[in-house]
Design a protein around this ligand. Structure first.
Ligand code: CMC
Length: 428
């Protein structure tokens, strides 16, 4: 078996070890490259060929459309598990026993109260503020209310920080939405399950009892599970790299939320719905928008299509498409944009532009349609993604700290001016 890679630069040859993962993925370990070659580095914008770490959390095979958390296939988790079990598995390595799950939930509930002064910060935001900006700020603000930094060498300390953020984050999510809607800020109820409680906090009206709709609850559970982790994506890499400077958990998460916001990442779910709405308003001509997406002089992209890693299909999209049908049927919602979405997908799947570039619907293509049927405003869609991704970010941050990874500090190839002399302002 080959276990070395050879590199030739001019007359000199160098040998680098290969690293193999448990799923037979192979990497060339170039840790010694600069030292051995007197300063030569690799360059890989967007890290398309670069592994940033070794990780035991999530496996995905983009060619085969496989996604597994801690070895458990996403299809089984989406079908059989609840979100909190999945969060536990991601963070601690295995699915919990019922005692472990009960204790985890009890500990989360015991830490779910948010300092009332956080409401003052929320009050200061204009009504027009985007919920992702608010959420990122409030998550960062939690550091001010919980100033002691996590001692990562103490399992107890680490656990306390984890249950704290899992308890408080849904409150921040619900408050962000309610504030924008002019609703009073509330707390859920300790008697409810984790996801049921999120729903109560988000949707309860001040003048009526809130009843959980089990169809909506099951769909939300599934959506959160499908978003819970996705190995070294943009926001997760952000969380790891911010945390690698030994910034605290909440500060690292706040940075991850900002990274998720962009329309090429989590912000795509909002962008998809806005795109589908625009197509509907424009008469539903999907062919016109397909042509725009293919036109290199047009900046328009088919949002919800394409993925850096999946080049066959996104297994999450398959599950979500089915769920969208089920949820809309059971709720009796007839949303014309579901038909537009299906029409676009059908055309794209037989169009050479999309086929050649291996562009398939991703997780965000159908999720917004479900969120809308649940009564969640479009601007909150990426916040819902963040709520789902929280356990993944936590697991990855924890792994990075426990593995004692060095501070993330890439190199560069400088292409600017070479040395020149300062000229005084009157002579420029
Ligand atoms: N519509 C039209 N053309 C596209 C699209 C699209 N959605 N996505 C990629 N392409 C084209 C792109 O123009 C390029 O063409 P060419 O080879 O002729 O220059 C080719 O396909 C490869 O694209 P790329 O941008 O180099 O691929 P990437 O791996 O850097 O980007 C992506 C992946 C997800 C950012 C991109 O596919 C995209 O912008 N999609 C739309 C936004 C979206 O849905 N994002 C959500 C991703 S899934 C949720 C998550 O995990 O974040």
């Amino acid at each position: 078996m080959l276990d070395k890679a050879n590199l030739k630069i001019g007359e000199n040859s160098y040998e680098f070890p290969l690293i193999k993962g448990t799923e037979d993925e192979v990497a060339i370990d170039i840790k010694s490259l600069r030292g051995a070659t007197n300063g030569v580095i690799t360059i890989d914008p967007g890290f398309k060929n670069t592994g940033s770490c070794e990780s035991a959390i999530t496996f995905l095979d983009g060619e085969k459309g496989i996604l597994r958390y801690r070895g458990y296939p996403i299809e089984q988790l989406a079908e059989k598990a609840v979100f909190l079990e999945v969060a536990y598995a991601l963070i601690f390595g295995n699915l919990p026993t019922s005692e472990q799950l009960d204790k985890f939930h009890t500990d989360i509930k015991s830490k779910s109260v948010v300092d009332d002064d956080v409401k003052k910060i929320l009050d200061a935001f204009p009504k027009t503020a985007h919920p992702m900006g608010i959420l990122s700020s409030l998550t960062s603000a939690l550091t001010a209310f919980n100033p002691s930094s996590v001692n990562v060498d103490s399992e107890e300390d680490m656990y306390r920080a984890i249950v704290k953020i899992l308890g408080k984050f849904p409150v921040l999510v619900a408050w962000t939405m309610r504030k924008k809607q002019g609703l009073p800020l509330n707390y859920g109820s300790k008697s409810l399950g984790y996801v049921e409680n999120i729903m109560k906090m988000m949707f309860e009206q001040p003048n009526e009892d809130y009843e959980i709709n089990t169809i909506v609850k099951d769909a939300l559970d599934k959506l959160l599970i499908l978003h819970a982790d996705h190995e070294q994506n943009c926001s997760t890499s952000t969380v790891r790299i911010v945390g690698s400077s030994h910034a605290g958990l909440f500060a690292s998460l706040s940075a991850g939320i900002s990274a998720l916001w962009g329309p090429l990442h989590g912000g795509a779910n909002q962008a998809v719905l806005e795109m589908l709405e625009a197509i509907k308003e424009d008469g539903g001509d999907t062919k016109k928008y397909m042509a725009k997406a293919k036109d290199k002089n047009d900046s328009f992209r088919l949002m919800g299509f394409g993925h850096r890693v999946y080049k066959n299909f996104d297994p999450r999209a398959k599950i979500i498409k089915k769920a969208a049908d089920e949820v809309l049927n059971s709720l009796g919602v007839d949303d014309p944009i579901l038909e537009i979405a299906k029409g676009l997908e059908k055309e794209a799947l037989k169009d050479p532009y999309f086929v050649d570039r291996k562009l398939y619907p991703n997780v965000d293509f159908y999720s917004g349609i479900i969120y809308r049927a649940m009564g969640i405003p479009v601007e909150m869609f990426t916040v819902m993604f963040a709520l789902g991704r929280l356990p993944g970010w936590i697991a990855q941050w924890k792994e990075m700290r426990l593995n004692k990874e060095p501070i993330g500090r890439p190199r560069q190839i400088y292409t600017g001016q070479t040395e020149r002399s300062f000229t005084s302002i009157e002579n420029r």
